[in-house]
Design a protein around this ligand. Sequence first.
Ligand code: DGT
Ligand code: CA
Ligand code: CA
Ligand code: ZN
Length: 593
Amino acid sequence: MENIEIARLLDETAALLEIDAADPFRVRSYRRAAEAVEQQTTRLDALVASDSKQLLSIPGIGKGMAANICQLVETGAIPLRTELLTKYKSTVLGLLKLPGMGPKTVALVWSALGVSDMDSLEAAAREGKLAGLPRMGERFATKLLKGIEDHRRNSGRFRVDRALDEAERISVLIRAFPGIDQITPAGSLRRGRESVGDLDLLVTGPACEPDVVAAAVEHVATLPLIDKLLARGQNKVSFTLRNNLQVDVRLLPRASYGAALQYFTGSKMHNVALRQRAIKRGLTLSEYALLRLEDNIIVAAASEEDIYRALDLEYIPPELRENCGEIEAAAASFLKAETGGLPRLIEFSDLCGDLHMHTEATDGRDTIRQMAEAALARGLAYIAITDHSKNLAMTNGLDDDRALAHVERIREVDRELQAVHGGRIRILPGIEVDILADGSLDLENSTLAKMDIVVASVHSHFNQPSEEMTARVLRALENPHVRILGHPTGRKILSREPYAIDIEQVLQRAGKLGVAVEHNANPARADLSDLHLRRAKEIGCKIVVNTDAHATEELDKMRYGITQLRRAWLTADDVLNTLPTAEALLARLRPKP
Ligand code: DGT
Ligand code: CA
Ligand code: CA
Ligand code: ZN
């Protein structure tokens, strides 16, 4: 049992206790334990097996909780959780994911209406049955119904980073079969979508030549991590993993690799448009090859480049294949037209800096120096340290005095590292200052004046109506110290909808004022969608992409950010932190007052 699973079950127990109106102290002990377990780097099941007393050395875990964890690891269950689930049914936990449905509200609809799952809650809201309950007027019901709809749309999808981890885990096992040499994720994962519906894996190698493919299919169909085998064909295996992620594996001869990769990368709409283009040229495109209609001669099959070229198109990067103008652009590029061609998309190696990260001074894990050296190891030339401000009390946010002292400390470490690394990494002092409910900022202007990088972000009062939230953010942009707008939408992929805000107005105003908007590279956040980013470019808004790292390894999340920028058709020139030096960057940000 992995730590994350243990943490999930402890957290569920806390939620069930809360619904059960248990002693808040007891609820908190489960919740704290869940958080502590999640942060452990050593596996708890191994600890239980070797020396369970060591559990007690984890902060937040006392004797009783340690006993719970031992029992959980040994039997797979926490008796208290099991007991509560027989009372409430496991579906009540799903209700907590809906907007406005806290534990008290869930308990109320359960006791008053016998509602314990989403379908019956939806029915109750539609039939006006909620109206009789306290604090559940018409507005509540409307919002709830929208929440249920959003939830249904998102559920069953998986965040791209999670899907990628699974793809890597599966690939290692498939590759163990002799005669398989390439495993390529296709579908929405290859196109770099924020979330995927299922995983499409393309497998090629000599074992996939028609005469030996049966043994390779057998190997895939009996992988140990398969939860349910869904389908098994001549060259195709579909199954689900324990987390319900569906995986479609297709085995193909090398000669068809390009055609298959093109087909299974999609998107469907892109493929439809491409097939029409083929037909106009007397060709036909399938997952096996691009053929000439009149005599079935293979025109292209082995590589995607060959296929696009045979259709008079420049190669189209997967991130653009959404039938949003990429085929027209690729045709223009192929003809070497002066305008309207494909952009040279930004690449990871274009990136030179990361302007948003946290340290142990607030809610980060590592020191300024550790963050800087980790950035240097990843090839960056400069970073900004932007810890939280005091309004975010739970992060130990900085007040004016601490923020000023932190600036001094950052400059000191910068000097130290310049001596050690010959100036190959520079550290800019900064802050992620909270935008308060009225749009004012959490620190004095005289404090912000000392910072090179002021990122202003909304971290509270997420539920303001759109006019209020928009006015709030617009007001923050007017503060001349603000150089970057952080978390422009506040969404969390598949778990929190963006706050109500008129993003068009915000981008317009930021563009006029020269404030850069931030795309958060963390795949759980991805604050700006590809469409927002494309719009920001159109408007002429400055754009930065930052990791918001809270620990050194989170700097690696940058690649997810780059993928979203590529989906937005952005080039290196469109993104400020591709500038080679800290000086060049500072010269392009909004001028300091
Ligand atoms: P997803 O899984 O919902 O995140 O999105 P995709 O794009 O991965 O969709 P999926 O898994 O249904 O199919 C993978 C690719 O296979 C898709 O992007 C294009 C191709 N494909 C699947 N079914 C069809 C089809 O009926 N027609 C065409 N032209 N292509 C298809
Ligand atoms: Ca898929
Ligand atoms: Ca699929
Ligand atoms: Zn942050």
